[in-house]
Design a protein around this ligand. Structure first.
Ligand code: ATP
Length: 235
């Protein structure tokens, strides 16, 4: 599994994460929930190795990767789709997707590319378009497709539905669930708490950088605090 143990992290000044521990198992969607500023993206960045943490450890399948760089973690099977997507807008969809496998051999790249096109049947007809000309939902598929090119065993999706039309929100979350069914461990950061928990297996709720609740997705979805604060009082 992808495991964070007592992460302490921040930017300048006081830490924003206080001993956050989570475990993402292969084949499951693990929902990381919480209000704006609770520390969800910071946790994601620490797991992916793009932010150094001051305390705690990160393990990938029981290997301690705490000191490993982001590239080394990709090689170990951990890929991050950041909140801002970071596509190259002037480049084509094909080039953006292929970039996700720049360290791999030509044959591995071809195999991954075919798999990504199968996972996102919407992408093949968009391959020659510039990324900046796509809708938000299409861009999100390109961003996830690019991450899948590295053939990750663990995929971190930081607010994949942010700014998307409702029709795409369901599509993206169903695709996340589909990846988990294929054996990928998906860490899903999501503001659509009800929809995330509907596809999730386990969940953690962060509050001001601390784990406030942890449990199975059904337990979290029926927890009175979650119902009141995130689900509009409707369980
Ligand atoms: P959101 O849903 O708004 O993205 P979040 O739960 O992902 O929220 P983080 O982005 O992890 O929260 O932010 C946690 C805290 O760290 C916040 O107080 C935020 O202002 C602060 N923070 C985030 N990024 C930086 C940064 N680059 N420099 C300084 N402080 C930051």
């Amino acid at each position: 599994m992808l495991r964070a143990e007592k992460l302490v992290a921040g930017y300048v000044g006081a830490p924003v994460l206080h001993e956050v521990s989570i475990e993402v198992r292969p084949g499951e969607v693990f929902c990381l929930l919480g209000a704006n500023g609770a520390g969800k993206s910071t946790t994601a960045k620490c797991l992916a190795g793009v932010l150094r943490h001051a305390g705690g450890r990160v393990f990938v399948d029981d290997v301690d990767v705490t000191q490993a760089t982001a590239n080394e973690r990709v090689a170990r099977g951990v890929s991050l789709v950041p909140e801002a997507r970071h596509l190259f807008g002037r480049s084509t969809v094909r080039d953006n997707v292929i970039l996700g496998a720049w360290t791999r051999s030509r044959s591995e790249r071809a195999a991954s590319f075919d798999r990504v096109m199968e996972t996102f049947p919407q992408l093949p007809r968009l391959l020659k378009r510039r990324a900046r000309d796509l809708s938000g939902g299409e861009q999100q598929m390109v961003a996830i497709g690019r991450a899948l090119m590295a053939n990750p065993r663990y995929l971190i999706l930081d607010e994949p539905s942010l700014g998307l039309a409702p029709i795409y929100v369901d599509t993206i979350l169903q695709q996340a669930a589909g990846l988990a069914r294929q054996g990928v461990g998906v860490l899903l950061i999501e503001q659509n708490v009800g929809k995330a928990l509907a596809v999730g297996h386990h969940a953690v709720v962060l509050e001001t950088g601390r784990v406030a609740l942890t449990g199975t997705a059904p337990e979290i979805a029926t927890n009175p605090l979650v119902v009141d604060s995130y689900l509009g009082g409707i369980a």
